[in-house]
Design a protein around this ligand. Structure first.
Ligand code: AP5
Length: 244
C-alpha cells in the first residue's frame, strides 16, 4: 500500500480518477470468469475490456509464463521448451501460478482467467481451490471459431511487450507499422506465432482443452460466442452474456 508521503506526490486529478473508479467498482457484481478458445480466437483482445467494465483482475497464464521465460526464473526455464514447441507446460506449474495470483488484492472482485484451465486436471484443481474459498466459476466464455481463420490472425499479430497491447497488421494496424501507438516503442512478434507452431497449439487445444468445455458444460456455465465476427461485435456478445 502507498504511504501517505507517496499519496501526497500523486496529482489530485489522478487520485480523483482512482477514487471514482473504485466507487464505480463497488457497485459491480463479483465475477469469476474463464475465457476458453483456440490460439488467436480473441481472448487477449476482449480481456482488457471485460476487466475494465467489471473491475476484475486479468490472469493470462501465457503472459505469466512468457515473463518467467524472459526473466530466466526456474519456472521459466522449465516452461520454455514446451512453449517453443506449442505444447502445454505441466499442470503443476500453471496451477501453482494461478493459486498464488488469485490471492492478489486486484482479484478481490473476481478474475478473468485467460488461457487457464487448459486441461480437465487444471479445471478440477481450480474448482478445488475455489471451493476452499466458498466460491465457484460463474461463467465460461467459449470463443468458438473455425481453425481456418486462425493462421492469418496469429501470423499478423504484433505486440507491445511492456503493456501487452496487441495489434494486427490487417485487422488492427498500429498508426506506424511496427511501432506502438502510445509509447512509440517497437512492437514484436511472438516466437510461437508461426504457422508451423500454430499447428501444434491447435492440436493441443483440440485434444487437451476442448474437454474442459465439456467439463463446464455439464455444470451449466458455458456461454457460446461467435468469435469469427469483428472485435466490436464479439465485445457486444460478451456484454450481453455477462449482463444476463
Ligand atoms: P497463450 O499465451 O495463452 O496463447 P494462446 O491460448 O495460444 O492464445 P493467444 O494469446 O495466441 O490468442 P488470443 O485468443 O489471446 O488471441 P488475441 O486476442 O491476441 O499460451 C501460450 C503458450 O503458453 C501455450 O502454447 C502453452 O505452451 C503455455 N500455456 C499457457 N497457459 C497454459 C496452461 N494453462 N497450461 C499449460 N500450458 C499453458 O488475437 C490474436 C490476433 O487476432 C491479434 O492480432 C488481434 O488483434 C486479432 N484479433 C482478435 N480478435 C479479432 C477479431 N474478432 N477479428 C479480427 N482480428 C482479431
Amino acid at each position: 500500500m502507498a504511504s501517505s508521503a507517496n499519496l501526497e506526490d500523486i496529482p489530485s486529478m489522478d487520485l480523483m480518477t482512482e477514487l471514482l473508479r473504485r466507487m464505480k467498482c463497488a457497485t459491480k457484481p463479483d465475477k469469476r470468469l474463464i475465457l476458453v478458445g483456440p490460439p488467436g480466437s480473441g481472448k487477449g483482445t476482449q480481456s482488457p475490456i471485460i476487466k475494465d467494465e467489471y473491475c476484475l483482475c486479468h490472469l493470462a497464464t501465457g503472459d505469466m509464463l512468457r515473463a518467467a521465460v524472459a526473466a530466466k526464473t526456474p519456472l521459466g526455464i522449465k516452461a520454455k521448451e514446451a512453449m517453443d514447441k506449442g505444447e502445454l507446460v505441466s499442470d503443476d506449474l500453471v496451477v501453482g501460478i494461478i493459486d498464488e495470483a488469485i490471492k492478489k488484492p486486484s482479484c478481490q472482485k473476481g478474475f478473468i482467467l485467460d488461457g487457464f484451465p487448459r486441461t480437465v486436471v487444471q479445471a478440477e484443481k481450480l474448482d478445488e481451490m475455489l471451493a476452499k474459498k466458498g466460491t465457484k466459476v460463474d461463467k465460461v466464455l467459449n470463443f468458438a471459431i473455425d481453425d481456418a481463420i486462425l493462421e492469418e490472425r496469429i501470423t499478423g499479430r504484433w505486440i507491445h511487450p511492456s503493456s501487452g497491447r496487441t495489434y494486427h497488421s490487417k485487422f488492427a494496424p498500429p498508426k506506424v507499422p511496427g511501432i506502438d501507438d502510445v509509447t512509440g516503442e517497437p512492437l514484436i512478434q511472438r516466437k510461437d506465432d508461426t504457422a508451423a507452431v500454430l499447428r501444434s497449439r491447435l492440436e493441443a487445444f483440440h485434444r487437451q482443452t476442448e474437454p474442459v468445455i465439456d467439463y463446464y458444460s455439464k455444470k451449466g456455465v458455458v456461454a457460446q460466442l461467435h468469435a469469427d465476427q469483428p472485435p466490436n461485435v464479439v465485445t457486444a456478445e460478451v456484454q450481453k452474456v455477462l449482463s444476463s
